[in-house]
Each structure stands twice: as C-alpha cells, then as structure tokens.
Design a protein around this ligand. Sequence first.
Ligand code: AMP
Length: 421
Amino acid sequence: MAHGAHGSVLVVNSGSSSIKYQLVDPVGGGAIASGLVERIGESEGLVKHTYAGNTTTRTDAVPDHGAGLRAVLALFDEVGPDLAEAHVVAVGHRVVQGGSVFGSPVIVDDDVVAQIDALAPLAPLHTPPNLTGIQVARELLPDVPHVVVFDTAFFRTLPEAAATYAIDRAVAKAHDVRRYGFHGTSHQYVSGKVARVLGRKLEDLNQIVLHLGNGASASAVRGGVAVETSMGMTPLEGLVMGTRSGDVDPAVLIHLQRNAGMSVDDIDDLLNRRSGLKGLAGENDFRELHKLVEAGDEDAILALDVYVHRLRKYIGAYHAVLGRVDVIVFTAGVGENDDIVRARALEGLEAMGIAVDLERNAGRKKEPTIISPDWASTLVMVVPTNEELAIARQAVATVEAAGYEGTSDESDPAPAAAGHA
Ligand code: AMP
C-alpha cells in the first residue's frame, strides 16, 4: 500500500478508562487502521481493532493502560497491519490542556511530561490519563518520536480581552485562571480546510466555526487566527452540550453549595455529566432527542430550544467580534449530521446575509458542502472534522522540523469540490 512509501503516524487519545487510536496515512489522509480499548480497570475489557474492513473484538480484562496498549500492539501483530511495514514515523498524542505554556506541538521528553503534569490542576479529569497514555506508549514504542498535540494550542492567540475573566487579577494570576479554549485541533483543521476547499487564502477569510459534537464549542477565526472561542478555563463554558451545561451564572454554584447541601464534587458531577441535553431531556444523543421532540415530549422540545437559542447567541456575538463574516461552518457529530440543528441555528437571519438552503442542507454530509443559497453574502458550510489526521500531520511537521526522518512528500491532497446539493 502507498502508505508504506512515506510512513504513517499512530495517533493515540488516552482517556481515563479508554484508549482510542488510529494509524493514519498523513499524506493520503486516510485511516489505515483504527480502534479503541474501553473499560480499562474493569473485570471485562473491550478491545476493537479495525483493519481492511474487518473488526476484531477482544473482551479480556484490561487492568491498566499499559495492558491496553499491549493488547492493541498484539492485534497489529496478529491481524495487521504490520507496524514495521507501515513505517511509523511518529506517535501523535492528544493532550487536552497545554495551559499558557504550549502554543504548538512538541516532541515528548521527560521535561515536557513534567510540564504537562504541572498543568494537571487545570484539567484534573483529562491530564492524568493523557499522561499515562504517553508514558506507556513511550515504553512500548521507544524507537519512534512521540509528539504531543494540545487541544488548547490554536487558542493561544486569543486576544487578552477575550482570554481574561473579569476577576481580581492577582487571584487569577496565582491560579492560572483564564480562558484557554478547547477543540483547537478541530477548529484549526476545519478553518484551514474551508480555505482550501474554496480555493481562497486563509488570511482573507473571517470564519465562525461551530464544532457541535457531544462536547460543543464555537470559535471566531480571523484570517486563520483564533480571536474568540466559547470554551474557557475548562471545556465546560459556552454552548449547551450533550451532558455539560455550558454557561451558567457562577452564582448558581455558590447557591447550590450554600443552600442545596451540594459538595464541590456534586456540583462538578452535576455540571459536567448531568446537565446539557441529558439534564434537560434525559437524552444526549440528537437522534433520540429528535424522536422525543416529534412525539411531543415537552422536556425534549425545551432542550432543543435552549440548545439552539444558545448557539444563535454565540453566532450573533461572534458576528460582532469579527465585524464581517465570510463563512459559518458546521462540524463534528451534530454539525455534520443534523440538518434540523443547522437550519434552526441560522433561521431568520436573511437581513444579515445569512441563510440555509433547505435542499442543500438536507441530510448528513460526509464531504465539505456549501449549504447557503447563492445570494447569501455569508457562505454556510458543513466540513467534516478529522482530528486524527490533523494530529498526524502536525506530528509529522514537528518531527521533520526537529530533523527526524519524516514523510517524503507531505502535501495536502487536492481539495474535494464544495459539493452543492
Ligand atoms: P461527536 O462528539 O463529534 O462524536 O458527536 C457525537 C454526537 O453527534 C452524538 O451524541 C449525536 O448527538 C450526534 N450525532 C451523531 N450522528 C448523528 C446523526 N446521524 N444525526 C444527528 N445527530 C447525530
């Protein structure tokens, strides 16, 4: 296969009880193999490995992340592809929080691990499992460079006015309280892809990027540079999400602690796991939510209304931040698949030059697609995100810049046509 000629990248996303991975061809852009390990630490684990259209499943116990990654490497050996033949030039790790320290990907060494570890208080749920994944991967694959790509890095450019919370500066400084932004790899990839698909210079485009997945965030991107985003110090701020509240008055937390007898951990659990669509309607998957709405379920109707209302507020706000908006782009699970959310998010904005053509909008979009009518002054697009490919390409660029042997001909493949429906 072609990937052998120019190398591949193993992309690893390590969570608290799971490891997701993909062996990526950074030139062609495809996934050569992919899989996940789930239920790490439970009595029965789950390992799924997909290669050449076949999925192999194992349910042996996976006591820890080391055992999980060993099981994955064993499956590469057993069912392929052979990692030696795939010529892995780098392992790319997704790390959620890079704080104010990391504005670009870095090659992992012990200092980098220590620096990421020092940022753990800012992302206590994510950073420890991210680091565990890095450590076991370094042990099991010691001969390739490991590169960390940070979810926050694209938002290191946020202007101070956007990044600063209006609280006592000394307190904020002492505890690194500021807005970092997340999903940066996706916002960067998608805004770059928009320019390539349109054949326009990224520098010339003002974009609002709506990454709507189970987690959701919006960003304002001026000429390829992020100037505002909806997630803040943590991925809890901003839009309504699957299980996260997004914006609430901070005094709600004080009230619940003072008057509802809730502990800090209770409130953490409430806002991160029992809120959002799940908290409002008992359902966080839009496919199920729409069924409830159609059946007249009032909680589901309100949940969808709250979700859309919040999204529209952000779109309006980012319009003011940018002044002129050339492209509004939807991405991730909801953004790529849910034509109802897309249509409702931009309904009634014709006076702003924004509209969705219902025929172009209809259905799921697997390719970059323009869904606005021809007369609209702002293009509305759906562009599928691909965080693994973005991480793989950044990993290759990082190891090549550091003088490692990399891929021979890294280039962007020809953009897919903006498929008008
Ligand atoms: P992500 O986090 O990007 O993987 O997005 C996951 C979410 O996308 C799910 O929770 C669903 O709400 C949504 N989703 C996935 N497929 C569809 C679909 N066909 N129609 C509507 N929403 C979908």
